[in-house]
Design a protein. Structure first.
Length: 359
């Protein structure tokens, strides 16, 4: 219990310090240099924490933490696609995006903590749930591959529909404020709605990421801390990799392979625990190796394909015309479409290719 209290307290202090550092002075955009420093800081914290687990509990527990952390971080990169859509859908000013992400991730962390506690208790009392989790992860992996080429989109979820109906909302942002008084009446700003959107949408992502990490370890403490460290660095990663997300064309294949591997691992180890002698027990070093190699391979192949495609586009000759060149807008000339739609902030849940794994 003391360990839980110390870790949670430490994480909250770090996040509070993070918010204080970033929010000093006037609101401003998150620079690449800031993002790089903070991503490095949070990754270093995770590595040091894993080393601490190694010293205190041994190599196996440390391996479980690192495997869980890598899995959650990999799935979080995929989540950033939808965070971009949400930011565009609500036309969130860039200067305020870091605050939206931080509060939204705090909401997600609290809800994930509850989900982890329920999952740990359920698995401790109903061992057959390992088979359910395993089949669900394999099903999710298959859907990821099948829905690879679907267009990104967002739709509203139940909680967001309720929030929009129940909470009187101002028509536009009021700086970085969450609530304001208008004619003596307290109203929320779209900033709060976006924060709820980020937090609740992340909970939908947890429907597959948390079963995945339970496939690597059944220690609730390791499951929670791996989730916490992955989420804490997610905000800075959002600003750091930016346009790189669109170049990770094979990301869904890599994630599908990881989820499928963990699903099979869950089923095989459940059979092993039930006394099936031919079912092996998969060592944690093998899981860690598979996850790491898969993500490195996926990233390298994605970047190579993006580079080849870019070169092919440059090498394609323009069709002969009548001497009148057609004006083609470049990024700087194209009008910004930051609201992604009608601008009412009504759609916020995930229905892109990875959303199919919620079904």
């Amino acid at each position: 219990m003391w360990t839980w209290a110390a870790v949670i307290g430490g994480l909250l202090l770090i996040l509070a310090f993070d918010l204080w550092i970033v929010d000093r002075g006037e609101p401003r955009e998150f620079s690449m240099r800031q993002a790089s420093i903070w991503v490095g800081f949070y990754v270093t914290l995770a590595v040091l924490f894993g080393i601490g687990i190694w010293v205190a509990s041994g190599a196996d527990r440390a391996g479980e933490f690192f495997a869980g952390y890598l899995t959650e971080y990999s799935l979080s990169v995929d989540n950033l696609f939808v965070f971009y859509l949400i930011m565009a859908r609500f036309a969130v000013p860039k200067a305020y995006q870091h605050k939206v992400l931080l509060i939204g991730i705090l909401i997600a962390l609290v809800m994930r903590g509850f989900f982890i506690a329920v999952g740990a208790a359920a698995l401790a009392n109903f061992s057959w749930l390992f088979y359910v989790f395993g089949v669900f992860l394999i099903y999710t992996a298959v859907n990821l591959v099948r829905q690879h080429d679907e267009e990104d989109d967002v739709q509203e979820n139940i909680l967001l529909r309720w929030a929009r109906r129940a909470l009187p909302t101002t028509p536009s942002y009021v700086g970085a404020k969450i609530t304001v008084k208008v004619d003596g009446k307290r109203m929320v700003t779209p900033m709060l709605i976006v924060m709820i959107a980020i937090g609740t949408t992340d909970l939908l992502f947890a429907l597959d990421s948390i079963p995945a990490i339970f496939g690597l370890t059944q220690e609730a403490f390791i499951v929670f801390t791996a989730n916490a460290f992955a989420l804490m660095g997610l905000r800075q990663l959002y600003f750091l990799i930016g346009g790189l997300l669109q170049r990770l064309v094979y990301l869904s294949y890599g994630l599908a392979f990881i989820l499928g591997f963990i699903g099979v691992k869950l089923i095989v180890e459940a059979l092993h625990s039930s006394g099936v002698h031919w079912a092996p027990e998969v060592p944690i070093w093998l899981s860690l190796s598979v996850i790491g190699v898969t993500m490195v391979t996926t990233t390298v192949l994605s970047l190579l394909k993006s580079r080849r495609d870019a070169r092919g586009e440059k090498a394609t000759p323009l069709p002969a015309g009548d001497g009148q060149a057609e004006a083609v807008p470049v990024d700087g000339d194209r009008p910004a479409d930051t609201d992604g739609g009608d601008g009412d902030g009504s759609t916020v849940a995930r229905t892109r290719q990875t959303s199919q794994r919620r079904n």
